[in-house]
Design a protein around this ligand. Structure first.
Ligand code: NAD
Length: 246
């Protein structure tokens, strides 16, 4: 399919994992994808690999928790590539610890990246998409937003992403901009590969579909939400988790 022909899409945290899978899917649909990540080297490798496959792709190193860097990113994309049609807020981190052991730094780092970084990108995109009277903002929350052992910081940040998404949806609908959040369940990426085998097996045993998700499972939902077919869907929080949250 070529549902996103020539649309300009920014995907944050796209040097690996879910973001990379999302960038791949949007590229396959014809979008011109800007791969944004902290990791400059990995970003460039993905750019090279995708270019070799014939995709129109650009890498850009930036920290989403730095507002100036995000302003520069959006200025660069608008001037050098074209008006931003799609923003996928994917970059995120975890710093897990039970509540009584969690340091202020663990709390703050996760809030700064997952929530404040998502706010910076959403705000920059919204300003430009309003001028174009069109846009799609899709943010990656998590099934953990409902609360998860050892993840007070992460769950709070991801619940914040849901509140941000629903508010942005209400404010931006009149400008023909949709805003939705995806809650992946347990997806096979470097982030989840960090857990011990026993925890991996326990997590998979809770998934009715009987397997961890893949980045393309999430990418499929995102390319639909970014397409014209989803023009009447906004403010939604959609689980992509093989039935993990039922
Ligand atoms: P990952 O750790 O494998 O990849 C995250 C990428 O984001 C990395 O390339 C990293 O360099 C980049 N990044 C981190 N901080 C950044 C920053 N400040 N600025 C720019 N880039 C930054 O993680 P993943 O599993 O691919 O997760 C991607 C997103 O999906 C995250 O928001 C995560 O919370 C969410 N999520 C993942 C799962 C899962 O099961 N993997 C489940 C639910 C939600």
């Amino acid at each position: 399919m070529n549902r996103l022909s020539n649309k300009v899409a920014i995907v944050t945290g796209a040097a690996r994992g879910l973001g990379r899978g999302i960038a791949q899917k949007l590229s396959e649909e014809g979008a011109r994808v800007v791969i944004v990540d902290l990791n400059d080297e990995a970003c460039k490798e993905v750019e090279q690999e995708f270019s070799n496959q014939g995709y129109s792709v650009t890498s850009y190193a930036a920290n989403i928790a730095n507002q100036d860097e995000i302003k520069n990113l959006f200025n660069y994309v608008t001037e050098e590539i074209g008006a931003v049609d799609i923003l996928v807020n994917n970059a995120g981190i975890n710093r897990d610890s039970t509540l009584h052991k969690m340091s202020k730094d663990q709390w703050q780092q996760v809030i700064d990246v997952n929530l404040t970084g998502t706010f910076y990108c959403t705000q920059e995109a919204a300003v430009r998409m309003k001028e174009n009277k069109s846009g799609r903002i899709i943010s990656i929350s998590s099934a953990s937003w409902l609360g998860n052992f050892g993840q007070a910081n992460y769950a709070a940040s991801k619940a914040g992403v849901v509140g941000l998404t629903k508010t942005a949806a209400k404010e931006l609908a009149k400008h023909n901009i949709t805003c939705n959040a995806i809650c992946p369940g347990f997806i096979d990426t470097d982030m989840t590969r960090g857990v011990p085998d026993k925890v991996w097996d326990q997590m998979v045993s809770k998934i009715p579909m009987g397997r961890a998700g893949s980045p393309s499972d999430v990418g499929n939902m995102i390319s639909f939400l970014a397409s014209d077919e989803a023009s009447y869907i906004t403010g939604e929080v959609i689980n992509v988790g093989g039935g993990m949250v039922l």
